[in-house]
Design a protein around this ligand. Sequence first.
Ligand SMILES: Nc1ncnc2c1ncn2[C@@H]1O[C@H](COP(=O)(O)OP(=O)(O)OP(=O)(O)O)[C@@H](O)[C@H]1O
Ligand SMILES: [Mg+2]
Length: 424
Amino acid sequence: MTGSSNIKPKGSLLAALDVGSSKIACFIGRIIDDEGAFEVIGVGHRPSQGVKNGAVIDLDEAEAAIRHAVHSAENMAAQVMKGYPLREVIANVSGLQASSHGHSVDVQINGHEITDNDVRRALARAQERESSQDFELLHTIPTFFRIDGQDGITEPRGMFAENMQVDVHLVAGDAPSLRNMAACVERSHLDISALCVSSYASGLAALVEDEMDLGCTVIDIGGGVTSFAVFHSGRMIYCDAVSLGGINVTKDIAQGLTTSIVDAERLKILYGSAMATQTDDSELIDVPRLGEDERSKPNHVPRAFLIGIIQPRMEEILELVRGKMNDSGVGKIAGRRVVFTGGASQLPGIRELGQHVLDKQVRLGKPIRTLGLPDAVSGPAFTTAAGLLSYAAEHSDEMPAEIMAQVRPESVIERAKLWLRENW
Ligand SMILES: Nc1ncnc2c1ncn2[C@@H]1O[C@H](COP(=O)(O)OP(=O)(O)OP(=O)(O)O)[C@@H](O)[C@H]1O
Ligand SMILES: [Mg+2]
């Protein structure tokens, strides 16, 4: 957070593209004040194709779906902004294609007042350490500052110090996957202005400020990916993902009840639950038989049987997330609060199951700070898309390219002095 200089001017436009395993969504927003607040003026979405577990696996199919979603959003936006052609979008990166690292960087201040440039210098140095051909940096987020050994500093700028230590959270994306995503987007005649990890975007859209400050984890349960991001002191400090989601639940149902994927999805949404209740045994549901025509008699199956298929898979997903959170070492400061987002978080009973498996307080989330969002796209499945707009509007100071572009290089002599001081 490097001050307000990065806020986009009033009237500027933003566009977000969430390429998911189940649907592709495009939101167009317009900045409405000097603080970076925005309203949504165009939305479009399509069932996904050519995407599996958050990664593009068929360029042509994915491109077609992206193009449709973008056109719908442009058409809606055109009613407010005449002749508005979309040129740039901020796109998501699935948590499976990203890795999260912490670095601690020391910079000498020499008794001066800490400036924006000192902070950027620290971030740039962390970025240099992480640079690699196989990865592309997505986020560079300062998380904690220590000044002359003093912990707990949230805003170092303006303070006098000899030495500043910055804990930096870097998120890097897997270069080949990003290239495939970029190829699809570019074929739709769009440029990617920035990339943002899906779970980070979901957190930005769904968490209240106190949750971000005190410690909270957002878990986005999508179609093919369940991703999570841990927030503390107002910043994202960790993110990761598991390659399972609602699509796996639907496939389990289709197999377990020998019915089609379409019928399994319908049964899941109509009668599914993540946890058993006492009435499930007495309730019978009609399950169409696989491969037989509509006139043939459906199977009558107790609802408990359906839930008995769903529950273990949802448990497995949440247990895997719990394991990753524990392994990451951020578990302790992550706090006791969890917010679920993503389409599959709409399964009844998920909150109770989450509380049981994660041993945390769970609430259900959706976009809460996105003005102008039409009702049809204001549910939990659209949290990432809404958060991408927030990221573009308010967090450009965490984009690695912006940091590199804005850091003022020291003169050769200053650099030599610093090198000597830091290495001898
Ligand atoms: N009412 C509902 N009850 C249960 N599950 C639902 C409901 N509505 C949608 N889902 C499930 O949500 C999943 C899709 O969620 P979402 O739209 O968040 O995924 P995505 O963003 O496209 O994919 P991902 O983020 O995993 O790449 C599907 O598996 C779908 O079955
Ligand atoms: Mg998603």
